[in-house]
Design a protein around this ligand. Structure first.
Ligand SMILES: [Zn+2]
Length: 139
């Protein structure tokens, strides 16, 4: 029996996330920082979630992070993901502050644990989309 691996969904940028996805396509991870209160946040939004200011800027992240929480997905939520299950979804605390939702990929991803150090990597999807993901930093 052969398994057909379907292409994974590609991002659909909106007005708030367009610059985020454009940076990802250049293999850069950016997050929003509020000019009024200094708060940094993820996902990209048009207003600061701390003070509602719309005076926001983009800052580039180092790609270093720590696993805050994770889950191993054994049953794909849609047929698109059946080809990669089991896989890991995680909340990653970026060195710059924001907590980010992403997949853990690469060697040892399924054995990852809370507190593991991770490093940014990029996953190509479709014709030109690039999705920031994370890989474990091996001790
Ligand atoms: Zn703010």
């Amino acid at each position: 029996m052969s398994v057909q691996i379907l292409p994974l969904p590609v991002p659909e940028p909106n007005a708030d996330s367009r610059a985020y996805w454009a940076a990802a396509a250049e293999r850069r991870l950016v997050v929003r920082q509020c000019r009024a209160c200094g708060q940094r946040h993820f996902m990209p939004r048009g207003q600061c979630p701390a003070c509602w200011s719309d005076e926001l800027e983009w800052i580039e992240c180092s790609g270093a992070g720590t696993v805050y929480s994770l889950s191993v997905v054994h049953r794909a939520p849609t047929p698109d993901f059946a080809g990669i299950a089991p896989y890991v979804i995680a909340l990653v605390d970026l060195a710059e502050g924001p907590r980010m939702f992403a997949n853990l990929v690469g060697p040892g991803a399924l054995e990852a644990a809370i507190g593991d150090r991770v490093q940014l990597s990029f996953e190509r999807r479709g014709e030109s989309a690039v999705v920031p993901q994370f890989m474990r930093v091996q001790p």
